[in-house]
Every structure is written in C-alpha cells, then in structure tokens.
Write a protein that binds this ligand. Structure first.
Ligand code: PMT
Length: 225
C-alpha cells in the first residue's frame, strides 16, 4: 500500500520528446519514449497528488486519475507547462525538449533540386523552459526538478547544468541510441542545489520515479494547500 504523502498537492510532469516541424511531412525529434515521465506521473498519482502530465508525442495511453495535456513542439510544451505550473507545488521536467527548431516552416514538402544539392536547414533557439520556471517560480517555494540526458562526463555536465538551470533537483542519467531512451530501466544520480548527490542504481523507471518524489517531499512548502 502506498502512503498518500502527496495528498493535497498539485504536481506537473512533462514527458516525451518534442517534434519541431520542418515541412508538413518532416520534423526534428529525439528518441524519448515518455516512459520515465509516465512513471513519475503514475507514482505521484498513487501517492495522492493531483497530477497534470504534459506529454509530447509518446503515443502512450492516459494513466488513470491523471490530467493529460497533449502537445507537439517545445513552444507548445512551454505554454502547457507554464499554465499548469501556475498553482503547482512541484514541476518535474522529464521531457526531452528540443533546444533548437527550424527557423522556417515550409508549407509544402521540401523538394529535391535537379542540381544534386542539399538544402541547409537554419535553426533558432527554443525557450529553455526549465531555466524559466526555476528563475520565475509561479508559487513561492515551488519545487522544480530537471533531468539531464548526457552521453559523456555525465556527472560533471550534470553539476554544471544544475547551476545553469537553477532548479532544486537534477536527475542525471546517461543516454545513448539504445540506452535509457525507450527502455524500461534507468540509472541515475539525483543532484540537489544544497549539494547532496543521491545515486539510484540500475532498475525499473518506476523505482527512480519513487526516489524523485521521496526527494521532492521534504522540500515542499508546508502546509499542503
Ligand atoms: O522518455 P524515455 O524513453 O523514458 O527516456 C527518459 C529520458 C532520457 C528522456 C529522461 O530520463 C530525460 O533525461 N529527460 C530529459 C531529456 C533532456 O532534454 O535533457 P537535457 O539535458 O537536454 O535538458 C535538461 C533539462 O532541461 C530537462 O529537464 C529538459 O526537460 C529541460 N529543457 C531542455 C531544453 C529546453 N529548451 N527546455 C527545457 O526545459
């Protein structure tokens, strides 16, 4: 039996990977399946929280008892997360958000040219949602959690990212073509702004989700509203 230790709380979780359209048939995307974010949302609901799950392109079924908002792009994800965060006790950004999007959207399919050349795609920066919600908390004492998907020097990059993003907790996990993305398991170190580092051994994404909520819990403002 799960203790309802998140009862009376509203939490927001983002999951999945954004897709940034190039033309009506193509996009820039990433390998996120949404499984880690869904595990977080389900765990919070089981612990009694009201959960808003903002999902991008996962194709996963709605978890029972969770409000699901479906989005496609980083800009749409930002809008939905900021809206839901307005009265949230905690926000967990597990989504893989594209840092860049094509500068222009071609309304017709981009065609091959006869000269054998290839088009150059110009990119522009997307907003950094995690940095924004960390810097400008909608609710005093709101707990903000980020994830860091790294391929090398995982911990060093994670520590830098925690400072740069300004969140309270950062879950650092290693990713690769077949590592973490889409799998049922994960392995991570959760870094906190107050300097603690909590290793989470390789295991089901559900176990990492529970550890994240265990670490969020003592940081929540009191009392629950
Ligand atoms: O979905 P799965 O297949 O289960 O895989 C899980 C996962 C690998 C996607 C997940 O565990 C994970 O690491 N999610 C974060 C992926 C990511 O975008 O990492 P990042 O290091 O690029 O970004 C750092 C943080 O900033 C993340 O919390 C991200 O949501 C956030 N971000 C990034 C870019 C941006 N423009 N805005 C953001 O808010």
């Amino acid at each position: 039996v799960t203790a309802p230790d998140l009862a009376g709380r509203h939490v927001v979780v983002s999951a999945g990977g954004t897709r940034e359209p190039l033309d009506p048939v193509r996009y820039l995307g990433n390998r996120s399946s949404g499984k880690q974010g869904y595990a977080l949302a389900k765990a919070a609901a089981a612990r009694g929280a009201r959960v808003t799950l903002v999902e991008a392109n996962t194709g996963l079924p709605d978890p029972a008892g969770v409000d699901v908002v479906r989005v496609g792009t980083a800009v749409q994800l930002r809008e939905a997360v900021l809206k839901a965060a307005a009265d949230a006790d905690a926000v967990v950004m597990a989504a893989a958000v594209a840092d860049f999007r094509p500068a222009a959207y071609a309304t017709g399919k981009i065609k091959k040219t006869d000269d054998g050349g290839a088009p150059t795609i110009e990119l522009v920066r997307n907003p950094d949602i995690l940095a924004e919600i960390s810097a400008d908390r909608a609710v005093p004492g709101q707990v903000v959690v980020g994830f860091a998907a790294e391929t090398d020097d995982v911990l060093a990059h994670g520590r830098q990212k925690l400072r740069r993003k300004g969140c309270d907790l950062l879950v650092v996990n290693e990713v690769g073509e077949r590592k973490t993305f889409g799998s049922e398991e994960n392995e991570a170190v959760v870094l906190s702004a107050d300097g603690t580092e909590t290793p989470v051994p390789y295991g089901p994404k559900e176990a990492l989700a529970e550890t994240v909520w265990d670490l969020v819990l003592p940081r929540l403002r009191t009392p629950a509203v």
